[in-house]
Design a protein around this ligand. Structure first.
Ligand code: GLN
Length: 514
């Protein structure tokens, strides 16, 4: 059984960052909304230590998130961070109150005693990062102060495995933050470094084989990173017991369907059923120009096609499992903190399946963060062109042809987009931006080509840089590059005579135009 650190999430924007830091130390950890004390006690889960995250609430408010106080009797090391510290204080006889002035940003940590195992190798005085309104006004019973800033208590412990920090060691602005987390994980929790991508692949391959036995598995392959990595991982484990379904909606990038199919057949011997549904999608989109309506039509049509094809396959093979490339952030997002019987929302892909099609889900990547999925893909031999791919929206080019979607417009857009992406790759810029594409506008303008008047469409180039896709800035691509792309598109693509570059950030803009 995998040993792990558990992070109880009280709603901090940094919970995932804490998890990333720990996994970077090659120690497995999970973020949970609630702790299952019984499972830990009876050894069903091998927990080596527990971290309480920060959070927006105040511990003294009614309805503030809390934890079963039994957690303090498990004899496991605990580290509270910010709200986590305040909760430890509140539940152990101390007092937390609103501070006169809130402390936000840089502060200087003064360590009182370097002998404390949490502070091994930590400088006596170093920069840390604070973000709080509340502070401790009375220590919890049996605790002592082990570090301060000039305005607050920065760290406390009861010398019995419980530690708490007012600042955030997980953010880069906390100079000794990584050292402190490492001290907790290795010195105090005595974890071993055993979370490695190669061992993940070996273990997963084995467990997929065991779970599936001689049954069949179905997977909807989109060509994106997650479904590709899941497909190859499962294929390695069970070979042709896996059937991948690839639906060509006619709204994909230029030659995408053909490329995906050839590539996977050739390099991974994947068993792929190719469904050509181009006409169906384009017919349904006739005369529709409202973005939400288009999205709904495309989503519903996808489910319909998928179901029809599944029924055909079910007849032949009777697949018992439906595999999906769900990754850890999807899982965390669907957890609810309200508990005790917390709900896990059904994944959107499964949402539309009819009731008579009963599947068990197979989600081999659901413990991994995106960059870990990429590492797995890399070790499995997937090329960078797949692993480092920019995200592509479900409705595809259907929402990048603004207004009504027609086969002609899709074709024009595919050509223009292909030129832009090919140029980004050729000039080493593709990996420097996070999402790039062309959008075709329903506007015609006048131009001149070879002394002839032209009256054709405007296309917009969009490229953004972002960490989490929640906020984004437009990419500062070199002028010369933009000039080249613009020339190439206007010269080569019939139907476009003007290019504009989108310089809106998100918010207030969105990444896609529709
Ligand atoms: N809401 C608490 C405070 O304001 C905790 C903040 C946090 O965890 N970052 O002090």
């Amino acid at each position: 059984m995998k040993e792990k650190i558990i992070i109880i999430d009280f709603g901090s924007q940094y919970s995932q960052l804490i998890a990333r830091r720990i996994r970077e130390m090659e120690v497995y950890c999970e973020i949970v909304p609630l702790i299952d004390i019984e499972k830990i006690k009876n050894g069903e889960e091998k927990v080596k230590g527990i971290i309480f995250s920060g959070g927006p609430a105040s511990v003294y408010e009614k309805g503030a998130p809390t934890v079963n106080p039994e957690v303090f009797n498990l004899n496991l090391p605990i580290l509270g961070i910010c709200y986590g510290m305040q909760l430890i204080t509140h539940l152990n006889g101390g007092k937390v109150e609103k501070a006169d002035s809130r402390e936000f940003g840089k502060a200087v940590l003064e360590v009182e005693n370097n002998d404390n195992p949490l502070f091994t190798g930590v400088k006596k005085s170093s920069n840390i990062w604070m973000s709080h309104n509340d502070h401790i006004t009375e220590l919890p019973t049996g605790f002592e102060i082990i570090a301060k800033t000039d305005s607050s208590i920065a760290a406390i412990t009861n010398n019995n495995g419980i530690y708490a920090l007012q600042f955030h060691p997980e953010v880069v602005h906390s100079e000794c933050g990584t050292q402190i987390l490492e001290n907790f994980v290795f010195n105090i929790c005595k974890c071993e470094k055993n979370w490695k991508i190669s061992s993940f692949i070996t273990e997963k391959t084995k467990s997929i084989k065991e779970t599936v036995g001689d049954e069949h598995v179905l997977l909807a392959l989109s060509g994106g990173v997650d479904s590709s990595v899941a497909a190859v991982l499962i294929n390695n484990a069970i070979g042709h017991q896996l059937t991948c379904m690839f639906v060509d909606t006619g709204l994909l990038r230029k030659d995408e369907g053909k490329k995906v199919l050839e590539y996977y057949k050739k390099h991974f011997d994947l068993n792929i059923v190719f469904v050509d549904a181009k006409d169906r999608f384009l017919n349904k989109l006739k005369g529709v120009d409202e973005p939400e309506a288009k999205r709904k039509i495309i989503g519903n049509e996808f489910i319909e096609v998928f179901n029809e094809e599944i029924r055909k396959l079910k007849g032949q093979e009777g697949a018992k499992f439906l595999a999906q490339g769900t990754i850890y952030p999807d899982v965390i997002e669907s957890q609810s903190i309200k508990g005790p019987s917390h709900t896990i929302k059904s994944h959107h892909n499964v949402g539309g399946l009819p009731e008579d099609l009963q599947f068990e889900l197979l989600e081999p990547l659901k413990e991994l963060f995106k960059d870990e999925v990429r590492k797995v893909g890399h070790e499995l031999g997937l090329p960078d062109t797949i692993i480092k791919r920019h995200p592509f929206p479900g409705p595809g080019l259907g929402i990048r042809v603004i207004g009504e979607v027609t086969p002609d417009k899709v074709k024009i857009l595919q050509e223009a987009d292909d030129i832009f992406i090919t140029e980004l790759m050729a000039q080493g810029l593709y990996d420097k931006v996070d999402q790039a594409f062309v959008t075709l506008l329903p506007v015609k303008t006048v131009g001149v080509m070879g002394d002839q008047r032209t009256y054709e469409y405007v296309a917009a180039i969009r490229s953004v840089n972002t960490i989490d896709f929640m906020t984004a800035t437009w990419s500062k691509l070199p002028y010369e590059f933009l000039e080249e792309v613009s020339n190439k598109i206007i010269n080569k693509v019939n139907g476009i005579n003007r290019i504009v570059y989108d310089i809106s950030s998100k918010p207030p803009g969105t990444i896609e135009w529709e």
